[in-house]
Design a protein around this ligand. Structure first.
Ligand SMILES: Cc1cc2nc3c(=O)[nH]c(=O)nc-3n(C[C@H](O)[C@H](O)[C@H](O)COP(=O)(O)O)c2cc1C
Length: 283
């Protein structure tokens, strides 16, 4: 960033240009511009200073996260603070390519919890007749919103984070380590700590791909993705060709080539079976 970029509005324009290929201007005098700037400058972090996170701050961040909206006020998201380092190591051992889990000062697992509402029904002598896919999805979405809210609050406090969906690679083991009962399931882990390095703004698809007006619109999608691949490659070229053992080398290894390769190999195809074992029919 050049030294003369100082205001939130200038930083928003710079970050959105990198992110979306379009410098988005904050309206003059926009309230909350510093918060908006922090959002567009978001980056995940995977390296930490040794600095511990103050337990009082952590508790405040839990409060911020769990102040998020909740579907029908059902409050179906829980956070497991994995404070026992042997448990963090046990989870991290299943995910050997992510050293940042074991190194993180704080490790959390965000869970969907459909158990409480079932218990409450029993205690109140009412039938529970909403065991279907939407019931599962409500808790998963609530947990995702709480996760995002935690991330935003943590970033405002100067912390860095990275979510970890890899806790679902071995969902039964994660569940056993954390003693998750029926109808409680892991959505994502979260590493939290003071970042060792400045983050960088990663490029996303342009807003005219992911924001639609009045109707779903895929006009020019392939060309837009090609252009995104080129823009992203110019900023951060991918170092490795994914699944090089399965596919011949390509001259241009863009985001879409990488993602196509990524999802050409099954990932967590057993998760549905795990969720059904947790007493969800998903019907
Ligand atoms: C639900 C979710 C799960 C994720 N799981 C992992 C993970 O298991 N390991 C990891 O290193 N990063 C994980 N990430 C981080 C993404 O890789 C990261 O957000 C993405 O590459 C974009 O980078 P940015 O957050 O710096 O913009 C996850 C992110 C989300 C939202």
């Amino acid at each position: 960033m050049s030294h003369d970029i100082v205001t939130d509005a200038q930083r928003i324009a710079k970050a959105t240009h990198t992110r979306f290929g379009e410098a988005i201007q904050a309206p003059a005098g926009q309230p909350g511009a510093d918060e908006l700037r922090r959002r567009v400058e978001h980056s995940s972090h995977r390296k930490w200073t040794g600095q511990a996170v103050d337990p009082a701050l952590l508790k405040l961040l839990f409060a911020c996260a769990l102040s998020a909206p909740s579907k029908s006020d059902l409050q179906q998201a829980d956070i497991i603070h994995v404070a026992d380092r042997t448990k963090i190591k046990a989870i991290a051992d299943f995910i050997p390519d992510m050293a940042w889990i074991n190194n993180a000062p704080v490790f959390l697992v965000f869970c969907g919890n459909n158990r409480r509402i079932r218990q409450i029904g029993e205690w109140r002598g009412k039938p529970f007749v909403n065991e279907h896919l939407d019931h599962f999805m409500n808790a998963a979405v609530d947990a995702g919103i709480v996760l995002a809210s935690f991330i935003h609050a943590a970033e405002a406090a100067g912390l860095g984070t990275v979510p970890i969906s890899a806790v679902r690679n071995q969902p039964r083991e994660t569940s056993d380590i954390l003693e998750l009962p029926d109808a409680v399931f892991p959505v994502a882990g979260l590493c939290v700590g003071y970042p060792l390095e400045r983050g960088h703004v990663t490029a996303r698809l342009p807003l005219d791909v992911t924001v639609h007006t009045d109707r779903f619109n895929e006009t020019g999608l392939k060309e837009k993705i090609d252009a995104y691949d080129q823009r992203r490659h110019a900023l951060f070229p991918l170092r490795k060709q994914r699944h090089a053992n399965l596919y011949p080398d390509v001259e241009f290894n863009g985001w879409s080539e990488d993602k196509a390769r990524h999802y050409s190999v099954p990932e967590r195809s057993d998760f549905g079976a795990f969720i059904r074992e947790k007493k969800f029919s998903l019907k």
